[in-house]
Design a protein around this ligand. Structure first.
Ligand code: ATP
Ligand code: MG
Length: 475
């Protein structure tokens, strides 16, 4: 019945994204309980001790050989060399060094060592395997010895470490200098984009107290699409059909949510409903959106340079965008003074514009909009600000990351106007939490609230005749 939302789906797409596991693997736990506990623990401890010693030895060797490599390798020739030649060169220099040092390594350790050396010389050292691992979404470094990763919505401590703070700083420097920036005592933090498009932020000591802090949001080439999100349980087919009608009928939409809740992913997926003939301009601080339409102009803001000059803000981009004859404008995240121009654009003929906002629920999102307007220095009575917001924004979509790591669209709320001084809203769909199952997963269901969309007529006029049943709650 709702197959219409599939219309922009290219057939036979490959490279399906990593699915979120539905339950934690429990097999190992039972198996362990069967063995005598003390024996098992002693054996495990010995094995982990051996493994630790082996790793320490490999690290020492790596440091030593890396030093030699930097002396022996012709660094300027590296840039033009092919990956295969480089690997051969590094392998043979590493073998020579190991012979010199009279160290014998088994094949596995030798391969691991040359891979790590290659990553160290050509890539981002210990971060490289984490960047290559497609099941990892986020990499969070808290000083050299603690690197957390997010997999399937869950944060875990990885066994990867940097040698020391200097090593971490060297890798940070490599990343930021590649994009013409630098971090030092006077400028201790920086945003950048890695070569593969991943979003990168760092902050170094003394502002970062226990060692440099790094956050990386990995770039996914295969973005999650509407049907992936439905399959992962982020929302239902019915909600997808409603959202398709909303985007196609050019409602102005705000996706609100907490940090890492899936706002950008949702925005990107919603954009797939935009008609191919429309001219869409996107504005972001770090370009993450990947629209599939033909007619897309992408803009990325730029911070000031070391002398404090040359900044191009999202607001600058937005103002310029208005002169570029856009049908729709998409702002990756509204967080400052650009809110004024965004609301104006939504109010003045750029229907169908979309953005995201950091907020925990639709009401908070409205308050944040109000605060942003106030902080942009616009002296307007609150009621006037609210009526601007009420006439600009049609729909709020709430993205949430629940405690079990799953990401869900917890509310779809329409803005229906003003009642006195207050913006009136009506929730059309929501996620109802029912409890938690023994494995810690949140049990719940999506439900309609029973309120029919206030845009039903508009949907029908535009050819999206949604059946009344999708607004009926299941009890
Ligand atoms: N429904 C989902 N199921 C599984 N993974 C998801 C889902 N939604 C988002 N993700 C993944 O979660 C990570 C965070 O998503 P996203 O970048 O969209 O969040 P965000 O709210 O925009 O974060 P930020 O606040 O940092 O901008 C991404 O790696 C994305 O691929
Ligand atoms: Mg985002």
């Amino acid at each position: 019945m709702f197959s219409r939302y599939n219309k922009s789906t290219p057939p036979g797409r490959t490279g399906a994204p990593t699915a979120v596991p539905t339950s934690a693997p429990a097999a190992g736990i039972g198996a362990r309980a069967a063995a005598p506990v003390s024996q098992k623990t002693a054996a495990e401890a010995a094995a982990s001790d051996r493994d630790k010693k082996r790793k320490e030895r490999l690290t020492e060797l790596k440091v030593e050989i890396h030093k030699r490599l930097l002396e022996d390798l012709n660094l300027s020739a590296l840039e033009s060399a092919s990956e295969q030649n480089l690997r051969q060169e590094i392998t043979s220099l590493a073998s020579e060094a190991l012979d010199d040092m009279s160290v014998a390594l088994n094949k596995e350790d030798r391969l691991a060592l040359t891979q790590e050396l290659y990553d160290e010389v050509m890539g981002l050292g210990p971060l490289e395997p984490l960047l290559k691992d497609e099941s990892i979404n986020d990499i969070l470094v808290n000083g050299p010895k603690r690197i957390f990763i997010e997999r399937a919505g869950k944060l875990e401590l990885s066994d990867v470490t940097f040698r020391d703070e200097r090593h971490l700083l060297r890798i940070i420097d490599k990343i930021v200098s590649a994009v013409g920036r630098r971090v030092d005592e006077s400028n201790p933090y920086c945003d950048a984009r890695l070569q593969d498009g991943s979003r990168f932020n760092c902050m170094i000591p003394p502002i970062a107290v226990d060692g440099s802090l790094v956050s990386i949001r990995k770039f996914k080439k295969d973005k999650l699409r509407i049907d992936d999100l439905v399959r992962f349980g982020a929302f239902t087919d019915e909600m997808a059909a409603y959202l398709q009608a909303a985007v196609s009928c050019r409602l102005n939409i705000i996706v609100s949510g907490g940090t890492g809740s899936g706002k950008t992913t949702t925005l990107n997926a919603l954009s797939s409903f935009i008609d191919n003939h429309e001219r869409v301009l996107t504005i972001e601080d770090t370009a993450e959106l990947q629209l599939q339409q033909v007619h897309v102009g992408r803009m990325e803001s730029r911070p000031a340079n070391v002398e404090g000059k040359g900044a191009v803000t999202q607001r600058d981009c937005l103002r310029n965008a208005l002169r570029m004859r856009p049908d729709r404008i998409i702002v990756g995240e509204t967080r400052g003074e650009e809110v004024i121009d965004m609301l104006q654009a939504m109010n003045t003929g750029h229907d169908g514009s979309m953005t995201t906002i950091h907020a925990n629920n639709p009401r908070d999102a409205i308050s944040r909009l109000e605060n942003m307007v106030a902080m942009a220095g616009i002296e307007m009575p609150l009621k006037a600000v609210r009526s601007q917001i009420a006439s600009a924004v049609n729909l709020m979509v709430q993205a949430s990351r629940l405690q079990d790591g799953t990401r869900r669209m917890t509310s779809i709320t329409e803005i229906t106007g003003m009642e006195g001084e207050v913006i009136s809203m009506q929730e059309v769909f929501r996620f109802e939490r029912l409890g938690v199952d023994p494995s810690g997963r949140i049990v719940g269901r999506f439900n309609a609230t029973g309120i029919r969309s206030s845009y039903s007529d508009r949907f029908r006029q535009w050819g999206y005749d949604l059946p009344a049943s999708i607004y009926e709650p299941t009890v």
